[in-house]
Design a protein around this ligand. Structure first.
Ligand code: ADP
Length: 450
C-alpha cells in the first residue's frame, strides 16, 4: 500500500512536470497544468469508481478489474487478500461441517445456550431426546422448552458440579441425565444423556435386595423364636453356649435385613414427600438415653449441646435413624471413659448436627469410602462392635433426601467428628419453647453424663 501511495505521488508529480513543461513551451503553463490535473483527477475518480463497482458486485466471485500502475497494484493486492480470506472461510466451514457431522452422530444431546439463556445450536439427538424442533425453537429461551421445575431450579442454581436426572420432556419413559458446563462469556453447554437402561438396572438391583431381604425376614423370625424357646429350657452347658451364639448371630442377621430394607426404602426416591416439623430436642434426648444404655459398661462422658430455639422439618423416623447411627457408632468405637459430644446448632448456612468423639479416629485414606455399603476400616473391630456396615450409607441417603450433607473429620489417635448439615430452608423455630427451656442447664446447654 505504501508503494501505491508513492507511485500515486510520482504519477501526480510526473503529470504536473510534463504539463508545466508543455505549458512553458506553449506559453500557457497555468492553463495546461490545470487541464492536466483535471484529467489526472478524472482518471483517479474513474479507477476509484471501478473499484467501488467491483466491491458492490459480488466481489468474491468476480476477478478484480485490470488497471495499469498503482491502481493495478491495488487491485492485485485486494484480489490476493480476497483469495486468502476465501481459503480461510472454506477451512472454517470444513471444521464446522465436520463438527456438525460428528455431533450429529453422537447419541447424546448437545445444546449450546447463549448468555441470555436462549438456545443457540443443538445436534440431532437433542430433537429426539429433548423434543427440540430445529425449525421453530432456535433462539427461544431454554426454560420455555425444558419446563420441568427441577430442571429450571438446576439451571438457575448455577452450580453444575453434579448432573441431574429427570424424565425426558419428549418421552416420559426415557430418563435423561443433564450436565451443564459453562464456557466463553456466560454461555453454557448442555449435554443430555439417555440413562434409562442404567436406571432400570439400578432398579432391578434395588428390587432384588429389597425382595431378598424381605424373604429372609420370616425364616429368621422363626429361627429366632425357636432359639429363644430352646434357651429357656434346661440344657447341657455346651449346647446352651452354642445356642446363645446362634441367637446372637440371628439377631445380627435381623439387624442386617432391617438395615437393607431401610436402605432400599431410602433409595426408592431422592426426596422426602411427607415432611413434618421435628422436635430435635426430644429426638436427641431419646437417642442419648439409648446411647447411655448401649455404652453402660464403658462409662463414657456423654455431652449434649443444643440450640433449643430451632428445630427441623423432615421425616422423623429417617432423621432419628441417621442421628442415632452416628451417636451409636461413637459409643461403639470410642474406648471406655472416652468423651462424646453431641451438638445441634443453627447459623446463617442452616442447621448442623454433629457427633464428636475422642476415640481411635480414622485414617484419611478411608474417609472418602466410609459411606459405601459394608466398607469397614477395621473388619475385626467392626464385627466386634456388632455393626451391620450399613450405618453410614443410611446416614448419607437420609441426608441426601433432606437436601443435607455429611462431613467427616478425623485424626488417628485423636478422634472423629461426623457432622450433618441441613439447608436453612429446613430450619424452623422451635414451637414448644417453654418445655424446652425447662430442660436447659444454666449455660443453656444441658450436659448429660452416662
Ligand atoms: P458399622 O456398622 O460397621 O459401624 P458404619 O457404616 O456405621 O458401619 O461405619 C463404617 C465404618 O466406619 C465402621 O466400620 C468403622 O470402621 C468406621 N467408623 C464409623 N464411626 C466411627 C467412629 N466414631 N470412630 C471410628 N471409626 C468409625
Amino acid at each position: 500500500m505504501t508503494k501505491s501511495r508513492h507511485s500515486m505521488l510520482t504519477s501526480l508529480l510526473l503529470v504536473s512536470g510534463v504539463a508545466i513543461a508543455i505549458g512553458l513551451i506553449a506559453g500557457y503553463p497555468g492553463w495546461i497544468l490545470a487541464i492536466a490535473l483535471f484529467g489526472w483527477a478524472i482518471y483517479q475518480i474513474r479507477q476509484f469508481n471501478r473499484l467501488m463497482g467491483w466491491f458492490q458486485a459480488d466481489s468474491s466471485n468476480e476477478e478484480p478489474p485490470e488497471a495499469p500502475g498503482h491502481w493495478g497494484e491495488l487491485f492485485d493486492e485486494l484480489s490476493r487478500l480476497q483469495r486468502s480470506q476465501a481459503a480461510r472461510e472454506q477451512a472454517l466451514r470444513n471444521v464446522i461441517t465436520r463438527f456438525q457431522d460428528s455431533s450429529s452422530a453422537l447419541q447424546d444431546a448437545v445444546v449450546i445456550i447463549d448468555r441470555n439463556n436462549n438456545l443457540e445450536w443443538w445436534n440431532q439427538s437433542a430433537n429426539r431426546l429433548l423434543g427440540l424442533d430445529s425449525r421453530t425453537d432456535r433462539a427461544k429461551p431454554v426454560m420455555n422448552l425444558l419446563r420441568d421445575p427441577r430442571f429450571i431450579r438446576y439451571f438457575k442454581r448455577d452450580q453444575y458440579n453434579d448432573p441431574i436426572t429427570l424424565p425426558s420432556p419428549a418421552h416420559s419413559d426415557i430418563q435423561i441425565q443433564y450436565q451443564i458446563t459453562r464456557f466463553g462469556d456466560g454461555d453454557r453447554l448442555l449435554v443430555a444423556r439417555d440413562v434409562s437402561r442404567l436406571i432400570r438396572l439400578e432398579q432391578t438391583r434395588q428390587d432384588f435386595v429389597a425382595n431378598a431381604s424381605h424373604e429372609l425376614r420370616t425364616p429368621l423370625t422363626v429361627i429366632r423364636g425357636y432359639l429363644e424357646t430352646f434357651l429357656d429350657q434346661e440344657l447341657p452347658r455346651p449346647l446352651l453356649r452354642g445356642l446363645g451364639s446362634m441367637q446372637q448371630q440371628a439377631r445380627r442377621m435381623e439387624n442386617l435385613v432391617s438395615d437393607l430394607l431401610l436402605l432400599s426404602r431410602l433409595e426408592a426416591s431422592h426426596q422426602i414427600s411427607d415432611e413434618q416439623p421435628i422436635q430435635i430436642h426430644s429426638i436427641l434426648q431419646h437417642i442419648i438415653e439409648g446411647a447411655e444404655q448401649l455404652g453402660q459398661e464403658k462409662q463414657h462422658k456423654l455431652l449434649l449441646d443444643m440450640d433449643t430455639h430451632y428445630d427441623l422439618t423432615g421425616q422423623e423416623i429417617e432423621l432419628h435413624s441417621a442421628f442415632s447411627n452416628l451417636v451409636y457408632n461413637a459409643v461403639r468405637y470410642t474406648p471406655a471413659e472416652g468423651e462424646i459430644k453431641v451438638s445441634w446448632w443453627v447459623d446463617d448456612q442452616g442447621g448442623h448436627f454433629s457427633v464428636k468423639d475422642n476415640g481411635p479416629g480414622i485414617e484419611s485414606i478411608h474417609l472418602p469410602r466410609l459411606t459405601e455399603r459394608f466398607y469397614r476400616v477395621d473388619e475385626s473391630r467392626s464385627s466386634a462392635s456388632g455393626g451391620t456396615g450399613l450405618g453410614l450409607a443410611i446416614v448419607k441417603h437420609v441426608l441426601a433426601r433432606h437436601g443435607g450433607q455429611l462431613t467427616i473429620k478425623s485424626k488417628v489417635g485423636k478422634g472423629s467428628t461426623f457432622s450433618c448439615h441441613f439447608p436453612k430452608e429446613m430450619v424452623i423455630k422451635a414451637v414448644d419453647m417453654d418445655e424446652s427451656e425447662d430442660d436447659l442447664s444454666e449455660s443453656g446447654h444441658p450436659p448429660v453424663a452416662s
